[in-house]
Design a protein around this ligand. Structure first.
Ligand code: SAM
Length: 307
């Protein structure tokens, strides 16, 4: 059985790592190597052309056949391979300099290094992941990117204590939990048993886990904003999880992610205005992996005022 998503072509995206360089410096370097800035549709872009993305800051778009793995800009951490859709969570969470942030399911750390760039390497990011091998990859990646404001811990985020004094200043949490990966364009369909990976039983168990992680993030006493994302195309891992999290956490509302993006969440019963707040990415239409993002914001102060 061939997987329709696995056959879609999407461009290559490289994020400019502003911890080490600037958009201007990278574009000047590319131009000096004979690359030309292209204004039209990426599908018509040649191998020596690139675009500056219209939705994500500091993101460059290349022909899907371009190979940057041996390029100095990649090897020295000035450019980072990151699909456009996966840049949305950190951009919409928008942590400010000197703030305290948790990346709940962080490895291999592309979103962590994006958070660090947005924070100008200041403040603190507490990054957690269960998987030691992925954490090792993450440490190499963070090192290459010049990230200096992140503490990486191999830990189950569900066991991280929300009342621990260490996390008392956490204002932003990024929740990008394990998911079915059903939106990934280049996943190797021959290695993935699609029937198995998208079985109702598996999706239902992933959905329960995703809700647990999201509820835990929303329980941190001072958290103001929480971004939730998956690379799944299934409602049960996306809108369903967000709908239940809203029902469980009355002090939070959704805010509109990336207002200029037209593809919004799927409307569910009792979740129509809310669906408009969420972002969906669809490979064949958006030229990205299939993706979902929702952004929660606290509506009521977490500080209990004395009577
Ligand atoms: N945010 C990452 C990035 O942008 O590079 C990708 C994260 S991946 C979608 C999900 C991660 O969640 C996996 O690395 C997995 O090991 C981790 N994970 C699964 N269960 C977890 C848990 N209970 N606590 C912390 N991490 C967990």
């Amino acid at each position: 059985i061939t997987d329709p998503i696995a056959n879609v072509k999407i461009p290559k995206y490289l994020r400019v790592n502003t911890l080490k360089t600037t958009l201007k410096s990278v574009t000047n370097c590319l131009k000096s190597e004979g690359y030309n800035l292209f204004e039209g549709n990426w599908k018509k872009m040649g191998i020596k052309e690139f675009k500056i993305d219209e939705h994500i800051d500091n993101l460059l778009v290349f022909n899907d056949k371009v190979n940057f793995h041996k390029h100095d800009l990649y090897l020295n951490g000035h450019l980072i391979f990151q699909d456009k859709a996966s840049c949305i969570p950190a951009q919409v969470l928008n942590p400010q300099s000197n703030q305290t942030v948790i990346d709940a399911c962080a490895a291999p750390g592309n979103k962590t290094s994006h958070l660090s760039s947005l924070m100008n390497n200041t403040g603190t990011i507490y990054a957690f992941d269960l998987d030691l091998k992925r954490i090792r990859t993450m440490k190499t990646l963070l090192d290459r990117a010049g990230v200096a404001n992140c503490e990486v811990t191999q830990s189950n985020f569900l066991h991280v204590k929300k009342d621990d004094l260490k996390y008392k200043d956490v204002r932003y949490i990024l929740v990008d939990p394990s998911c079915s990966g059903s939106g990934m364009v280049q996943r190797l369909s021959h290695l993935t048993d699609n029937a198995e990976s998208s079985s109702d039983k598996r999706l239902s168990s992933l959905s329960k886990f995703q809700l647990q992680v999201l509820n835990h993030a929303l329980s941190f006493p001072q958290v103001e904003r929480v971004a939730y994302s998956t690379c799944s195309i299934h409602d049960i891992e996306n809108e369903d999880v967000v709908k239940q999290a809203l029902a469980n956490n009355s002090k939070f509302k959704l805010v509109k992610c990336l207002p200029t993006w037209t593809r919004r969440g799927h409307a569910l019963k009792g979740f129509t205005d809310e669906a408009e707040m969420c972002v969906r990415c669809q490979p064949e239409l958006d030229g990205t992996n299939g993706f979902f993002i929702a952004l929660f914001e606290r509506t009521q102060s977490s500080v209990i005022c004395p009577a």
